[in-house]
Design a protein around this ligand. Structure first.
Ligand SMILES: Cc1cc2nc3c(=O)[nH]c(=O)nc-3n(C[C@H](O)[C@H](O)[C@H](O)COP(=O)(O)O)c2cc1C
Length: 186
């Protein structure tokens, strides 16, 4: 029997009613058969990255690096703050990528998506994230691009995504992510 394929997902918002965390939750309901999506919460008092401490990171980061390494693939869900990736997510990426030579993201397959109340659904933030992944040696699914615009109109009271097109794209994105990870590990 084939073993369960594990995706580790994280969303770059700490907001209780975050659309991006809702989007990540939605993805747990859209994974292909035989795949689980585990969510890691980025709260828990992760301090701002300090290079003086990079060889002695906080316990949450030690655990997160291990989770990233053990995952078969990664899913990043980013809000857009000031045309870029929110500090919360960038901070975690900085911790997990260090010290030099111990980048837990290296060689991983990843997918990116995001939701914003604006008209282009985190496009700018997603491209900044993809730029980081060049240096971090992360292999990112190119298409489909999942950019949920006007997010305040796209979720119901329970945080469920009402946009059927977006739901279909998320399903496709997750399938592509699994294929890419399997190709890389073949
Ligand atoms: C500091 C800050 C900067 C923002 N900058 C942008 C932006 O550049 N583009 C955009 O579309 N929305 C921007 N927004 C609005 C976010 O899309 C909106 O707050 C969204 O709900 C954040 O994601 P979340 O719901 O997952 O927390 C910004 C919000 C904040 C708080």
């Amino acid at each position: 029997m084939e073993r369960t394929f594990r995706i580790l997902g994280m969303a770059g918002s700490l907001r209780a009613q975050s659309f991006n965390r809702a989007l990540l939750q939605e993805a747990t309901r859209l994974v292909p058969k035989g795949v689980v999506l585990e969510i890691v919460e980025l709260d828990g008092g992760i301090p701002g990255f300090n290079q003086d401490e990079e060889t002695n990171p906080p316990p949450k980061i030690v655990e997160l690096k291990q989770q990233v390494r053990q995952a078969d693939a990664l899913l990043f869900v980013t809000p857009e703050y000031n045309y870029s990736v929110p500090g919360v997510l960038k901070n975690v990426i900085d911790w997990v990528s260090r010290p030099y030579g111990d980048n837990a993201f290296s060689g991983k397959a990843a997918a990116v998506m995001g939701a914003s109340i604006g008209a282009i659904g985190t496009a700018r933030a997603q491209y900044h994230l993809r730029q980081m992944f060049v240096f971090l040696d992360v292999h990112v699914v190119n298409q489909p691009e999942v950019m949920v615009a006007d997010a305040h109109e796209k979720f119901d009271e329970q945080g469920k995504l009402k946009d059927e097109t977006a739901r279909e794209l998320i399903g496709q994105l997750l399938q592509k992510l699994v294929s890419l990870a399997k190709q890389l590990n073949a």
